[in-house]
Design a protein around this ligand. Structure first.
Ligand SMILES: Cc1cc2nc3c(=O)[nH]c(=O)nc-3n(C[C@H](O)[C@H](O)[C@H](O)COP(=O)(O)O)c2cc1C
Length: 328
């Protein structure tokens, strides 16, 4: 059993979290991860309205009695979704774990605290993690430069970011970005983290509600097959390399502005990739770690085998230093 400060603070069995994923984090996937002893997370904004989120949470409850969380991603937007109503839907549904991301969770903390909700804030730098600690989150999840989605603008990979966070944080924290197997979990623990958060790995599982063509593409792809878009706009996103993301990179590199790429990056086009399996229909999110993903197993198997592999690595390494040495 890999019990850590994180598993104890959240009341879960294994130190493995399935991070919020737009269009992917639905009830089936979250429930499968939680049922296996990890922490599954439903993505609030994938549901068109707060009322739909209430129904999705109820659906997940029919699939598992174990705790699962809800992700609330708060990004600046021209037409912001009704964040307060989504937050109300989460607490009214009795959810006790929330993953916040995108901006400072402070405006939401009073309500979450009042309702006994534990907040795991996901961020991309030690300074943002320290700020989240100060406003009272239970734990943080720190995304290194490798991650799918928004890695921030500091470009610090996990190998430096995780121990840097361990040196400064007092609350439990998990490492995110670039994890897919037991080697990664063992490494994260060795670097001082209390567990791992994964997106791409869980995206490529049986319960992930996206086209099998996308999953097969992830299995074929290497660590080189991502693009960083929006660099010049200081809103970097790591996405799958395809005809559309190549074009976006080129337009922006030649001095283009957001308006010049707006039609290419429309969310509706990205959603089509996941629903129809048309890999060049739009922008879709995946991380460098796809280079380590070679199968499409049930999500529960991912949790179980990562724990078993990490335990085996830690046991074997420890035994190397025991006496008498029995190597070979
Ligand atoms: C398809 C996809 C959609 C994502 N959408 C969100 C999101 O809406 N909110 C969020 O906080 N993180 C989102 N993420 C980021 C993940 O929660 C996680 O931080 C990231 O995938 C970790 O990197 P990894 O893919 O290398 O494991 C998304 C990731 C993927 C792959």
């Amino acid at each position: 059993m890999l019990t850590t400060r994180f598993t104890e603070a959240l009341g879960i069995e294994h130190p493995i979290v399935q991070g919020g994923m737009m269009w992917v984090g639905r009830a089936e996937l979250a429930a499968a991860v939680s049922e296996a002893g990890g922490l599954g997370i439903i993505t609030a904004l994938t549901q068109p309205t707060p009322a739909d989120l209430v129904k999705e949470i109820a659906r997940a409850r029919t699939m598992t009695d174990k705790p699962f969380g809800v992700n609330l991603t708060i990004l600046p937007s021209i037409n912001p979704p009704p964040y307060d109503e989504y937050r109300r839907a989460i607490v009214d549904s009795g959810v006790t774990i929330v993953e916040t991301a995108g901006s400072n969770p402070e405006p939401h903390m009073d309500m979450f605290r009042e309702h006994g909700v534990r907040v795991v804030h996901k961020c991309t730098s030690v300074r943002h993690a320290l700020k989240a600690q100060k406003v009272g989150v239970t734990a943080v999840s720190i995304d290194g430069f490798e991650c799918a989605g928004h890695p921030g603008e500091d470009d610090v990979p996990g190998l430096v970011l995780i121990p840097a966070a361990a040196d400064q944080l007092e609350i439990p924290f998990i490492a995110s970005g670039g994890f897919a197997d037991g080697r990664g979990l063992a490494a994260a623990l060795a670097l001082g983290a209390d567990g791992i958060n994964m997106g791409s790995r869980f995206m490529c599982t049986q319960e992930s509600p996206i086209s099998s063509t996308v999953k097969e593409r992830i299995v074929e792809a290497s660590e080189l097959d991502t693009n960083l878009i929006f660099r010049t706009l200081h809103n970097t996103a790591r996405v799958a390399k395809n005809a559309v993301s190549d074009e976006v990179v080129q337009i922006l590199a030649e001095g283009g502005q957001f308006e010049d790429v707006r039609p290419l990056v429309a969310g509706a086009r990205g959603r089509k990739v996941f629903e129809d399996g048309d890999l060049d229909a739009g922008i879709w999110t995946v991380g460098m770690v796809q280079g380590l993903i070679r199968d499409i197993p049930p999500a529960g198997d991912v949790v179980r085998r990562i724990v078993a592999e990490a335990e085996e690595i830690l046991r074997r390494r420890l035994s190397l230093f025991g006496a008498p040495a029995r190597v070979g």
